[in-house]
Design a protein around this ligand. Sequence first.
Ligand code: X90
Length: 279
Amino acid sequence: MNLSEIKIVTDSSSDMLCLERANFSAAPLKIITAQQEFVDDAALDVADMVTTLAGYHGRSSTACPGPGDWLNAFADAKYVFCVTITSNLSGSYNAACAARDQYLQDHPDRQVYILDSLSVGPEMQLILIHFRNAIADGASFEEACAAADAYRQNTGLLFMLSSMRNLANNGRVKPIVAKAAGILGIRAIGKASDQGTLEMLDKSRGEKKALQTMYSRMTQLGYHGGRVRIGHCDNEAAAMALRALICANYPAAKIDCYPCRGLCSFYAEAGGLLLGFEK
Ligand code: X90
């Protein structure tokens, strides 16, 4: 199987704008206020969006890609491998499935595989990279899809948030859960549950303690030196500090840090960290 025959597709909650050595496309989510709509694509000025939203006190919400957006992303590929944000927090997966049904009706000879990541951001990136590597290593399309599906069982996502206001306002967590993260100086730490929802684990006072807690949680969950990706919302220092904690014990670990794009910045809010890792 050749990578040039395959389109690797995701939505913008993966924070990925391109994927080396692959035909790649991301269907954008949108961040919406009464005044403005931010399309989460490569052209979005994320820092400007965060500043604008910080000064805006009206209602804000998000919208997932529709089937038409997904069809645009599939373009004209013979093989499509697609990873979506968790179906338990977004309609993105359902829209992608509707797009697949349409695509296969129009082109019965093609193949489309949709994988519900039950996660977001950096864990989606790990799955996308794993699929690409499997194909590059000579797997068939079916084999690489199965490998990505199996791999997903062995990756995890932890988060650290200092505000859960946007998550609560948009019904993604109960207000009572969000309250803990609203207290000044408190960082809420949690993980993506097996059902692809937010599961709270700890409340830490101060960032330094919070990062240590994140590190011990990831080792408890089975991390032992594999690949890691850390997304941060305007908090590179925390991402670097977490990387240093991991490196101190696993000097050979492959760890990449990156700034979140629009959707993750909206929900993780300023200071937030998203940690994807191999178990
Ligand atoms: O369809 C839509 O409008 C998108 C809704 C997305 C809602 C959740 C985004 C979460 C972003 C926040 C912390 C990590 C939570 C992980 C749970 C699986 C990041």
